[in-house]
Design a protein around this ligand. Structure first.
Ligand code: COA
Length: 540
């Protein structure tokens, strides 16, 4: 397979300006990651108290469980950003994928320095999403539980609905029944919802002095029964390990608990990351020929100026080798075969607006990858499907729908990276969140919305001026409406707005894209081959 020859001029004014602008985006990303790890309103006091109790910070707990010098792919680090009065960094829960004895596990770890580890609406979404990832990728789950259960002031947004607290217990029970180990270490006062996580686990470890499990904590017991019971007597490690049997092991320290957990993991009979089921084609990996840092200079600082999908691919794939499919047809869609960290993939990448030809080309390419059992990677940067008289007459609606249907029905693993705009139905056709790719990561320059702010401003003013309110609308009203719409679209299409609400699995620095995808593909490679789907019915 031929390598891409880059046409990039690293000394051009455009490259230098783009790279400088992108480094500012990366600085902002890094600052906000710091906020998630140790920031947030009033968090300093909580951290001090947590450490003062001899407890370990949540990310250090994960590091103590995972194999030395192995990566931890943290997910949705910036969930909760800009919400809840800046008091819920990371939504008070850390999720991700880490290795124990070479076996990948999903970690779900409460951060007790954020609202006592209680679960806000976004925390529940993050917990459930991590379980979904475990289900789809056949991964066991390690719960590091330190949680006050439901965040009580918002109980209506976390308790009753399908994907609320109940949904997380439902999933946990079903994951266990699938033979995917559910293992808990209890590391704090786990009340009600927080208590059911260990109670539903296959094996449970408690730590003397710091962990308690109770369906109702001392205040509830006092209110309901008038009983005054100290927390440890009501649900401490000794009670639950020696008397109730809710816990299976008792450790004296957190460190001992993690050693015990690693010992348990030796018995779970799960496939290692390198233990491929043999269905995904694999070759010795090759580094790309061009440095990943070039990506900063490739992405246009002005999001109205398009940039080349081929130049991006050259910096992501093994040896920058790319077997382009239909290179001379439907040029606004780049499709072709490549490898990432040795794994064969099919890439579908936007080079701007999606026309009928580009949609048909993508559909055809998805069929090839389905037939050959090759995972699909979508590099999404589009303002959407083409509009206008010619496009409609050319059947863009039915051609776009073919692509959407093919993406929805592909049974091979699908992964999406938002490299730029994710607008309109283009978001869907390019396997946006609604199309349930196995993982979806976004770059910090990306934007998600029905349409760009410029377009929205014009469209909504036109609708207003064409409607009943037109006669009584003054120029000042129009100007105010424009400003309001622009402000709303700019705020809501911001990537931090998206990642805060878990519309992705995390914002990543573009230079980490290859490694993140490499790990995701390795997860798929260790699974059995997914059964092929049924043939589609195309409306031609
Ligand atoms: N809902 C809302 N906020 C909660 C909460 C919950 N379930 N559990 C804890 N918090 C908040 C506290 O209000 C406090 O907020 P602040 O930092 O803004 O003051 C913060 O979390 C820390 O709580 P605190 O009680 O000071 O910490 P702690 O480490 O001494 O105790 C718990 C932690 C979880 C053991 C204790 O807070 C507790 O028992 N919470 C109530 C649990 C409960 O009854 N849950 C029922 C769920 S259905």
């Amino acid at each position: 397979m031929q390598a891409i020859t880059s046409r990039l001029d690293n000394n051009s004014e455009e490259f230098v300006a783009n790279a400088a602008a992108y480094r500012e985006l990366i600085d902002t990303l890094n600052d906000r990651m710091e906020w998630a790890i140790g920031g947030g309103k009033g968090r300093g006091r909580s951290i001090e108290r947590h450490l003062g109790r001899g407890k370990v910070m949540v990310r250090d707990r994960i590091a103590a469980v995972t194999d030395h010098n192995t990566p931890f792919l943290e997910l949705s680090t910036l969930s909760g950003f800009g919400q809840y009065d800046d008091a819920a960094p990371g939504a008070g829960i850390v999720t991700g994928i880490g290795m124990v004895h070479g076996v990948p596990y999903v970690f779900i770890a409460n951060d007790a320095t954020v609202k006592g580890g209680s679960l806000l609406p976004v925390s529940i979404k993050k917990h459930v999403r991590a379980q979904e990832i475990a289900d789809e990728n056949d991964l066991g789950v390690i719960y590091l539980v330190d949680s006050g259960g439901a965040f009580l002031p918002l109980q209506d947004e976390i308790f009753p609905d399908k994907d609320h607290f109940g949904g997380s217990f439902y999933r946990q029970a079903r994951l266990s029944a699938r033979g995917l180990p559910q293992l808990s270490v209890v590391l704090g006062g786990c009340t009600a919802g927080g208590a059911y996580v260990p109670a539903l686990s296959d094996e449970v470890i408690m730590v003397e002095g710091i962990s308690q499990i109770f369906l109702g904590g001392p205040p509830i017991v006092k209110a309901a029964l008038g009983e005054i019971v100290p927390a440890d007597e009501l649900g401490g490690a000794e009670l639950h390990t020696r008397t109730s049997g809710v816990s299976d092991y008792r450790s004296q320290t957190e460190t001992q608990a993690y050693a015990k957990l690693r010992e348990i993991c030796e018995t779970t009979s799960q496939r290692a990351l390198t233990d491929r089921a043999g269905w995904l084609d694999y070759k010795e990996p090759e580094a790309p020929r061009y440095p990943a840092e070039d990506l900063y200079g490739i992405v246009s600082a002005d999001d109205r100026i398009p940039f080349s999908a081929t130049e991006i691919i050259a910096r992501l794939v093994d040896g920058s080798r790319f077997g382009e499919f239909k290179p001379e047809w439907g040029a606004s869609m780049v499709t072709g075969f490549a490898r990432i960290w040795g794994h064969q993939i099919g890439i579908i990448a936007n080079n701007g607006i999606i026309f009928s030809e580009s949609a048909l080309k993508a559909t055809h390419f998805i069929e090839l990858c389905e037939q050959r059992r090759i995972p699909l990677v979508f590099l999404q940067n589009t303002s959407g499907y083409m509009v206008g008289k010619d496009a409609e007459a050319g059947g863009i609606a039915k051609n776009g729908a073919k692509m959407v249907a093919a993406v929805a029905n592909a049974t091979v693993p699908r992964y999406t990276i938002l490299t730029g705009g994710a607008y309109g139905a283009g978001n869907y056709g390019m396997c946006g969140r609604g199309f349930q790719p196995r993982f979806l990561f976004a770059w910090p320059n990306s934007r998600i919305a029905t349409m760009a702010a410029d377009t929205a401003e014009t469209v909504l003013v036109d609708i207003r001026m064409g409607g009943l309110k037109a006669a009584e609308t003054t120029e000042e009203d129009v100007a105010a409406l424009r400003a309001e719409i622009r402000g709303q679209y700019e705020e809501q299409s911001d990537p931090y707005y998206a990642t805060s609400r878990l519309w992705d699995d995390g914002l990543i620095d573009p230079v980490h894209t290859r490694d993140a995808l490499g790990l995701c593909l390795a997860l798929a490679a260790r699974q059995d081959e997914p059964p092929p789907g049924r043939p589609l019915v195309y409306r031609m």
